[in-house]
Design a protein around this ligand. Structure first.
Ligand code: AMP
Length: 445
């Protein structure tokens, strides 16, 4: 099948020609007709198999020129890096059209984005928080939006984003087409999709969670942070073919600690990215990784989704994600557009359970390699690995046991006083002796 079979238009053909893209991928041709027919579509396809163009090509073919500054198309994605990427893809495809795309995301000046949106846009691409703010402000006019695209839909409808998404939906016209895409899907998310649309066509180019065959996957069994860091250094030392490597750590703190640890030997060739870095720094870091300045990039899952950096040779899971779907997205940063890729996971004993879940999701076992002969296994744990002491949330309200034995501090002067007050009964006792009973009194009479 060629793009001619899809009956696109001249400007789109010319743009694809410039990009050197000749044949549609499976997901691209599978979703094309249903989208053109106006159906709501949930598209599932492996990472890096052209999902962005799968929704952009029919959407841009359906788009009609209008003098109105209000957008007709809204694209929602989970991260700022993805906004920038999708904006670029739209720009490439609309090179021969009079078409305006605007990207909006948090962490940067909202005023500049307000000016851009007010200036008019045919499509707005954004992260949910900033889109919601612009809609509430009335800057982003929604009445003309007739196509809502949610990329990485399972992430977008996960608990973290769900409320924001519902708020955005409230602003949109009722008559609209929904296009939702991801490489993974869960039953829970599918149920939430029903809130948005009751009738949708689920189109799978591959079953949810299927890994790409062109990604080789291996694991090493390594007990802890220090041993894993030693292994990483050995791999970088012995494997020059590891030339563009994404190293995933599960938390920001872990990513920071790993970066510090590798700094003495790799400062020049290593980058670090996570959500606490400034937006400029994040874009700069991805750019340096993309252009080869950095040989490897230590990252959290913030860039696990959708990011299309060309020719990433290896993915290293320094630690395994606690959700199996995240693994699919992480390793999907390599092996893109039919290139080969390698994914290596460092698995400690406690992560064995995560590995099993991942293997179940993929219906595939990850072979374990024997550790390099010169790998030094450490038994020293870093602070992040030590069990945390449980401190109850309302600990200040909990009465602690009174210290026994010697006072643990000197009493204040006012507290040293003893109670010298004498009760009235005691006073009478001292004055008149032991009180008599009524019977004793009667006898006396
Ligand atoms: P995506 O899955 O949308 O992130 O796309 C992955 C990569 O495949 C991007 O670099 C696209 O430019 C490229 N791509 C998209 N569609 C095609 C196609 N039909 N043929 C070849 N490459 C493509």
């Amino acid at each position: 099948m060629t793009f001619q079979d899809l009956n696109l238009n001249r400007p789109l053909y010319s743009a694809l020609e410039d990009l050197g893209i000749i044949e549609p991928t499976t997901i691209q041709h599978k979703v094309f007709s249903p989208i053109m027919a106006g159906k709501d579509v949930v598209g599932i396809a492996q990472t890096g198999t052209g999902k962005t163009y799968a929704y952009l090509l029919p959407t841009l073919k359906l788009w009609k020129f209008s003098n109105s500054p209000s957008p007709q198309i809204l694209i929602i994605v989970p991260t700022r890096e993805l906004v920038a990427q999708v904006v670029e893809e739209v720009e490439k495809l609309t090179k021969y059209m009079t078409f305006q795309v605007v990207g909006v995301y948090g962490g940067t000046n909202i005023r500049t984005q307000k000016i851009a949106v007010s200036g008019g846009a045919d499509v707005v691409v954004g992260t949910p928080g900033r889109l919601g703010d612009l809609m509430k402000d009335g800057v982003l006019k929604t009445k003309k939006i007739n196509r809502l695209i949610i990329d990485e839909v399972d992430e977008m409808l996960n608990l973290g984003f769900r409320t924001q998404l519902r708020e955005i939906i409230e602003f949109l016209p009722r008559r609209r087409q929904h296009l939702m895409f991801s490489a993974t899907m869960t039953e829970e998310v599918e149920a939430v999709i029903h809130e948005f649309t009751l009738l949708f066509e689920k189109i799978e180019a591959a079953p949810s969670g299927a890994p790409l065959e062109n990604i080789e996957q291996y694991a090493y069994e390594v007990p802890n942070f220090n041993s894993k860091a030693n292994l990483l250094e050995i791999l970088f030392r012995d494997h020059p073919e590891m030339s563009k490597v994404l190293v995933f750590a599960s938390t920001k703190k872990m990513a920071d600690v790993l970066y510090e640890r590798l700094l003495p030997n790799f400062e020049e060739v290593m980058g670090l990215i996570h959500s606490s870095k400034s937006q400029n720094n994040r874009f700069d870091t991805v750019g340096k990784f993309d252009d080869g300045t950095y040989r490897f990039l230590i990252a959290t899952d913030i860039i696990a989704r959708g990011l299309d950096v060309s020719e990433v040779t290896h993915i290293i899971n320094f630690d395994l994600p606690d959700v199996a779907e995240k693994y699919i997205h992480r390793i999907g940063r390599t092996g893109r557009a039919e290139k080969k890729g390698v994914a290596i996971s460092f698995v400690s004993e406690t992560e064995e359970a995560y590995k099993k879940e991942i293997e179940e999701l993929m219906s595939l076992e990850i072979p374990v390699l024997s550790n390099p002969a010169d790998l030094v296994l450490s038994d020293e744990l870093i602070d992040l690995e030590k069990p945390v002491e449980f401190i109850p949330f309302n600990h200040h309200k909990i009465k602690t046991a009174k210290p026994t034995g010697k006072a643990f501090h000197e009493k204040k002067e006012k507290n040293k006083k003893t109670n010298n007050k004498i009760r009235r009964a005691e006073k009478m006792h001292l004055k008149y002796g032991k009180p008599q009973t009524r019977g004793q009194k009667k006898k006396k009479r």
